[in-house]
Every structure is written in C-alpha cells, then in structure tokens.
Design a protein around this ligand. Structure first.
Ligand code: KG4
Ligand code: ZN
Length: 326
C-alpha cells in the first residue's frame, strides 16, 4: 500500500491506495469556511490549518502503517507554505517507517483522478480547469505530459472566485456562481476573450473587468450577472477547443480539476465530443477538487517505476512548467 498526502492549497487530505489500484482509505478536511470571509485562500492561514488537520487524519491510518511500501506527497505546484506542510509530514513518515518517498505533481494528480480504482491508464488530451490553472495537455503516462495551451493571466476557476468575491458571495466561487446562474438569464453580452485571435490560449482578466463594470452599472441582478459571466467564460473555452480540433482532434479527451464539476462546461464539451467524434472522460464529482486519492493513484505508477526521491532531494516547488507540445 501507498500512503499519499495532499496539501497544495486549502484541502488537507490523506489516502491509502493498494498496489492493485484500490482506494482503501481516503479522508479530506476542507478549509473553505475559514477562507470564505476573505474571498480567497490566505496562504498563512491555510498552512496553520493543515498543521492541525493532517495529523488528525493521519491518526486514522495507524492500522495501515506497517503495510506501507512508500509515501507519496504533492510537492508541486501550489502554495509554498502549504506544500511544505505535506512534504514535512511525508519526510518524517518516510524516515520513521524506513520506506521510500515519491514526489507527485498535483496537476498530473488531477489527470489521474480519472483512474482512481481503475487499472488501465489511457493516453489522452486533457482540459485542466482549476483554481490555479487552465491548460490543455497531452498525457501519455505520468512522465510524458506536454502542454498545448495555458492562460496568460487568471485561470477559469479563479475567475469564478473573483466574480463571486465582487458580488459579495463568498468562496469558492465556482459552485456559488453555477447555482446562482441557474436562476438568471444571459442578458449581458460580455466580450468573449481572445475571440479574434487564432492562437490557442486563454485569458480571463478582461472578462473579469467587464463583470466589474457591469456590477458598477447597478442595473443587473446578481443572477443575471452570474449567468452572463458563466456563459462567456465557457464559450471562451469552447471556441478555443473548436479552433484546436480543426488541426488536432483527440481520440480520448478529458476534463479534470476542481472546475470540471461545472455541469454546463461538461454539457458543452459533450456536444463537441459528438461533433468531433472523440471519447469524453471526466472524474467522479467527488474527485474533481483537490484530494489525496488522485495523488495516491499517480504514486502507485511511480512506485512501480521505482521513481523515488531521497528525503534530502524532495522539495516543494510552487511553480512547474510542462514542455510545450509541438
Ligand atoms: O482543483 P481545485 O480543487 O484546486 C486547485 O488546484 O486550484 O479547484 C478549485 C477551483 C476553485 O477556483 C473553484 O471556484 C473552482 O475550482 N470550481 C468551479 C466549480 N467548482 C469548483 N468553477 C466553476 N464551476 C464549478 N462548478
Ligand atoms: Zn487542484
């Protein structure tokens, strides 16, 4: 079995995964309420809360400790101070149990959320939409991930968080805006970002500013603003995917990351899958947001490849880049 730890942002989570890919134990303590009044994650507060939550969850794993073969931990990318909480705990466990350490890339973890409790890993093109990232990636195994596109400013999930903050609705903004949008109409025609550009890249800061100006006008309901913003935010992704699919149509395509829980986004990409004839995958709703089960699933593959890291080498890297896809 492998014990995995996730603390890259505001979720403290530990999982135990068998080497036959079965999720045996999984627990997560989220900090959403603590950060809600600030409209976003406060790193220092998040770090202190991990320090309380991780040992609490670890206590529940004591019956499994002697069966462990390795410790896997998210060590990149994420908030430096919160990544370090998980990395420190992983090092302490690895030394005291005398078992190897595995450093896992959080973004690859999101892709592997598709394979929790499954044996087969499929190669695919992936849309990763989370609070920190908006990327199109090509994944041929955990150690062969290339980037097709990324955002030049804010991410998709972050733009929902910022719109919710501007409307005084709390954090995380994604689920709040999605629910509110159901009661509104897309009355405001927000500009679709980078509409005239043929380049495959994303941008959300201009749309965020347009929402800010619409709020200042004071003549629209929060529901209509949420609905109009969500429509434009998703249309931006769909337009870029259509441009990409003209030259590169995938066989398998997946949507992963916290914002992959968005039902409208899933439905719009489902339409593309029929139009462009690809197989569409997304994680179970319970594994869209940050969790240690996805880190454990990558951990099992890395364990089988002997992909370990010494406790002196393992470091937290707040930013990491993928090679670009030619
Ligand atoms: O993957 P995740 O849990 O954390 C990061 O790695 O960033 O993603 C969290 C992000 C937040 O920005 C949240 O507002 C967004 O995902 N999110 C959504 C939805 N649910 C979560 N965005 C849009 N629609 C949703 N339903
Ligand atoms: Zn994440």
């Amino acid at each position: 079995m492998i014990l995995s730890i996730e603390s890259s942002c505001d979720d403290s989570s530990i999982a135990i995964t068998s080497l036959t890919n079965q999720l045996i134990f999984h627990k997560k303590i989220s900090q959403e309420i603590a950060h809600s009044k600030y409209g976003g994650v406060v790193p220092e507060l998040a770090s202190r809360l991990h320090l309380q939550a991780l040992p609490k969850i670890l206590e529940e794993t004591i019956p499994y400790l002697e069966k462990l073969k390795a410790i896997a931990v998210t060590n990149a990318p994420g908030l430096s101070v919160t990544l370090n909480e998980g990395v420190m705990m992983a090092k302490a466990l690895s030394i005291s149990l005398n078992i190897p350490l595995i450093g896992v890339n959080h973004l690859i973890g999101h892709i592997y959320s598709l394979f929790i409790n499954k044996d087969e890993i499929k190669d695919m093109m992936v849309l990763l939409v989370s609070g920190g990232h908006t990327k199109i990636l090509i994944m041929n195994g955990y150690n062969n991930v290339k980037e097709i596109a990324s955002t030049i400013d804010d991410s998709f999930g972050e733009s929902f968080d910022k719109v919710a903050k501007m409307l005084g609705l709390g954090y995380p903004g994604g689920p709040i805006i999605e629910q509110l949008a159901k009661k509104g109409e897309a009355k405001i025609k927000f500009p679709i970002p980078l509409k005239q550009s043929n380049e495959i890249k994303f941008s959300y800061s201009g749309l965020k500013n347009a929402v800010r100006l619409a709020i200042l006008e004071g003549k629209y309901s929060k529901e209509d603003i949420a609905c109009s913003f969500q429509k434009a935010a998703i249309e931006h992704i769909i337009m870029k995917l259509k441009k990409l699919f003209k030259t590169t149509t995938p066989k398998n395509f997946a949507i992963v990351g916290g914002a992959s829980a968005n039902f409208i986004l899933r439905e719009e990409i489902k339409k593309l899958s029929q139009q462009y004839n690809f197989k569409l995958f997304y994680p179970d709703l319970s594994y869209c947001s940050d969790n240690a089960a996805m880190i454990g699933r990558v951990g099992v593959e890395m364990y089988k490849n002997g992909d370990f890291c010494s406790y002196k080498e393992l470091k937290a890297y707040p930013r990491v880049e993928f090679q670009s896809y030619q």
